[in-house]
Structures are given as structure tokens and as C-alpha cells.
Design a protein around this ligand. Structure first.
Ligand code: IMP
Length: 178
């Protein structure tokens, strides 16, 4: 549980997120139109709400898999050391894969997971992140699709947590200590 009291200021509404997901889904459908079954890999735990909304907007056959990586622990700073806590269940060799991340911050998580999945020789691997904090980037990586670029703020909601809290907010809000 966070020690300091904080409030959450709304940053991106549920309606704005839903509208952006519709746009992203059309672009993803165009990119993968020739695939027989797209493998959508969600990075747990922060992407669970995003992936649920995204796959329901994508009008293509999809398989859903999950991978859990850790870098943040319960704090607000990346540990820079990415560990795989849970691997995907399916084989991705020769398959079309879309990796779904909640936020790209330093970029170490995405870089590590992309490297891992590429070593398994998918036919195509693309990445999508709901949020991007470009000013915080340390690893040279960018999502192929980004929902929203945001400033250097600590955000919660829509699946994203602060010390395992606030994942159930329907919108994205920024944490402000009081
Ligand atoms: P990166 O490896 O520094 O890019 O960190 C990516 C991961 O850190 C994300 O998948 C989130 O789990 C977590 N993260 C980064 N920024 C925030 C934030 O503002 N709020 C909550 N979690 C965050």
C-alpha cells in the first residue's frame, strides 16, 4: 500500500480511450488482413483491460496469450532489470504476433520482450502500447502503434496500477500526492 496519500486527476476519459481503440483496431486489421490467426500477446498485468477491449474491436480471427514481465515491483521507478515471470503458452514460430503493452516508459520491458519473442522466429511481430512516455525513454525502442503520448506523469487506471491499486478505474488518471 502506498505510504503517502494521493489523489487521482483524470487525464484520459473512458470514451476517449474507446474511440482511439476503434482507430487502432482498423489499422491493425489492415496490417494483418492476410493472416489466418493473429496471436495477440498481452503483457501482464497492466495490459489486461486494454487487450480485452482491443481484441473485441479487431475483426480478425485472434488467439490470446499472456506473458508476465516485472521491472517495477511496487515502486514508481523501473528496476531496469526485466524478468520473465510467466511465459506464453503457445508456439509463435512462423505466426503473426501482436505484442500489447500498457505503457512504454524507459522501454526496457518492451525491448527485452521483443528480443525474446523475436528469438522464436515469428513471421511478423508488431507492438502496440496504450501509453507512451517518450521523455522517459532509455532503450532505443518505440511501439509500432501508440494510443496516446503522455508527459512524464505517474498514471493509473484502465488496468494500470500504483502498488497494485487503482487498476479498476475505467479511465487513465495521474497520481498527485497531497
Ligand atoms: P519500462 O520498462 O520502464 O518501459 O516500464 C514499463 C512498465 O512499467 C509498464 O508496463 C508498467 O507496468 C510500468 N509503468 C511505467 N510507467 C508507469 C506509470 O506511470 N504507472 C504505472 N506503471 C507504470
Amino acid at each position: 500500500m502506498p505510504e503517502r496519500p494521493y489523489v487521482i486527476d483524470k487525464m484520459i476519459s473512458a470514451k476517449t480511450i474507446a474511440a482511439r481503440i476503434e482507430e487502432l483496431a482498423r489499422e491493425i486489421e489492415a496490417e494483418y488482413k492476410d493472416t489466418d490467426k493473429l496471436v495477440v500477446v498481452g503483457l501482464l498485468r497492466g495490459s489486461f483491460v486494454f487487450i480485452a477491449d482491443l481484441v473485441r474491436e479487431i475483426d480478425l480471427p485472434v488467439e490470446v496469450d499472456f506473458l508476465e514481465a516485472s521491472s517495477y515491483g511496487d515502486g514508481m521507478e523501473s528496476s531496469r532489470e526485466v524478468r520473465i515471470l510467466k511465459d506464453i503458452r503457445g508456439q509463435i514460430e512462423g505466426r503473426d504476433v501482436l505484442l500489447v503493452e500498457d505503457i512504454v516508459d524507459t522501454g526496457f520491458t518492451l525491448e527485452h520482450v521483443v528480443h525474446l519473442l523475436k528469438s522464436r522466429h515469428p513471421r511478423k511481430l508488431r507492438t502496440i502500447a496504450l501509453l507512451d512516455k517518450p521523455s522517459r525513454r532509455e532503450a532505443p525502442i518505440k511501439g509500432d502503434w501508440i494510443g496516446f503520448e503522455i508527459p512524464d506523469e505517474f498514471v493509473v487506471g484502465y488496468g494500470i496500477d500504483f502498488a497494485q491499486r487503482n487498476r479498476n478505474l475505467p479511465f487513465i488518471g495521474k497520481v498527485r500526492f497531497t
